[in-house]
Each structure stands twice: as structure tokens, then as C-alpha cells.
Design a protein around this ligand. Structure first.
Ligand SMILES: Cc1cc2nc3c(=O)[nH]c(=O)nc-3n(C[C@H](O)[C@H](O)[C@H](O)COP(=O)(O)O)c2cc1C
Length: 210
């Protein structure tokens, strides 16, 4: 049954995750679950597996770090990478977070993707350790190289400026969620699955069979 977020509180909903427990903004809810996972000892709860597919339709997945949650899910990367080529040809993505024991949860997000503005990329760039900034300048992500030494020589060639400037080819993306699903392990495989879907009126929340 589909419900609007305003009235999503069915009587007798006895799963471990009740719809009444959830924030009506799924991005805020994701932030809550990341905080729960961190408090429970998850070392890198902001790691998410990001799936893209380009012009040829071949799916491709890799982990990236979520670096912002606002009206979307933000990550940073090289705009010359394979994932960036996919996103240029097909600006949509799916991402999944996994939080292991004791929380046993998964969150799936999918939607359209847009580059962050240069200022936002600059702000995040400035928070990175200087050595990581130099590496990002030297490494043209996803390009083929002959040896590791070649890469190290490229890093040395970047020089030792105290504030390395962000190359234009490095920056952020924001996934604007259209579907967000919260999954929590239940007894005897009767897991909870609660899915938010965005339509022209806002978020709709529905419970799915596990
Ligand atoms: C836990 C983890 C976090 C990662 N975070 C990022 C990230 O935030 N940005 C990034 O570009 N690559 C990150 N990587 C590396 C990517 O998984 C991947 O190797 C790289 O982005 C190139 O992917 P592509 O060739 O599909 O574009 C991370 C890898 C791991 C294992």
C-alpha cells in the first residue's frame, strides 16, 4: 500500500523498523542510520557502493565516500574517471550503504546526478590532507599507466606548494534521490523494507515484502 508521508502510520505495523520511527525526509533518515552505525562501531559507515552505467548500458560499481547529505548525497572524484564518463552519458546512479552487525542494515539510494558547483568542490578540496590533494593532481583516475614509479614521479612533479590548487577535472557530484529504501534484518529472514519514492507531491512511503 502506498501512503503519503503525512499519514504513514498503520496500526499493527510490528516490524523492528516501524514507519513511525522514520524521519519523513529520507536523506535525514539516512544520516540517522549512518550515525547509529558509527555509534555501534562501524568504521566507515559513509562508504557507499556506487553503480553507474554509461552509453553501452554495462553496469559498473565501486565504493566511494559519501561527503555530504543535504537535498542529495554528495561524493567527490575525478571528472576524467570511468564513473564520470558513465555519468556524462547517463546522469543517473544508484548507491548502497551497508552497516554490519550489530545494526544489520542497508540503505539504497537512486536518482539523477549533477556535478557540484566549483565553489563546493573547492570547499571540500581545502579540507583534504595536502598529500591527498597532490595525489589527486598527479593521478588521472582510471587511465592506464605502465608502472607505479610513473605515478610516483608524477606526484613528485606536482611540487611542494603548501596549498595545491584543485584541478578542474576533480570535483563533486550530488545524487538527487528519487527512491530511498531502508532495509533492516529481521528474524527468520522476515526483514523490514521501507521504501520512499518521490513523486510530484513529495515523498511516498511503502513497506515491501522482504
Ligand atoms: C572504501 C573506499 C572508498 C573510496 N572512496 C572514493 C572516493 O570517495 N572517490 C573516488 O573517486 N574513489 C574512491 N575510491 C576508489 C574507487 O572505488 C575507484 O577505484 C575509483 O573511484 C575509480 O573508479 P572508476 O574507474 O570506476 O571511475 C574508494 C575506494 C574504497 C575501497
Amino acid at each position: 500500500m502506498t501512503q503519503t508521508c503525512a499519514d504513514a502510520a498503520p496500526v499493527g505495523d510490528t516490524g523492528r523498523v516501524d514507519v513511525t520511527d522514520l524521519d519523513r525526509d529520507p536523506v535525514r533518515q539516512l544520516a540517522n542510520w549512518i550515525a547509529d552505525a558509527r555509534a555501534a562501531g562501524e568504521l566507515m559507515p559513509e562508504a557507499m557502493c556506487l553503480a553507474t552505467s554509461g552509453a553501452e548500458g554495462m553496469p559498473s560499481a565501486r565504493f566511494v565516500l559519501m561527503r555530504g547529505l543535504d537535498d542529495g548525497v554528495v561524493f567527490f572524484t575525478d571528472y576524467g574517471s570511468d564513473k564520470a564518463r558513465d555519468l556524462r552519458d547517463n546522469p543517473r546512479a544508484a548507491a548502497v550503504f551497508h552497516f554490519s552487525a550489530p545494526v544489520h542494515r542497508q540503505v539504497r539510494v537512486s536518482g539523477s546526478v549533477a556535478k557540484t558547483g566549483a565553489e563546493e568542490s573547492d570547499r571540500y578540496w581545502a579540507t583534504r590532507p595536502v598529500a591527498s590533494r597532490r595525489s589527486a593532481i598527479a593521478s588521472h583516475q582510471s587511465s592506464v599507466i605502465t608502472t607505479r614509479r610513473e605515478l610516483e614521479a608524477a606526484v613528485a612533479a606536482v611540487g611542494d606548494a603548501p596549498e595545491p590548487v584543485r584541478p578542474e577535472r576533480w570535483g563533486g557530484y550530488r545524487i538527487h534521490p528519487e527512491v530511498v529504501e531502508f532495509w533492516e534484518e529481521g528474524q527468520d529472514r522476515l526483514h523490514d523494507r521501507l521504501r520512499f519514492r518521490r513523486d510530484h507531491e513529495g515523498w511516498r512511503l511503502e513497506r515491501l515484502s522482504p
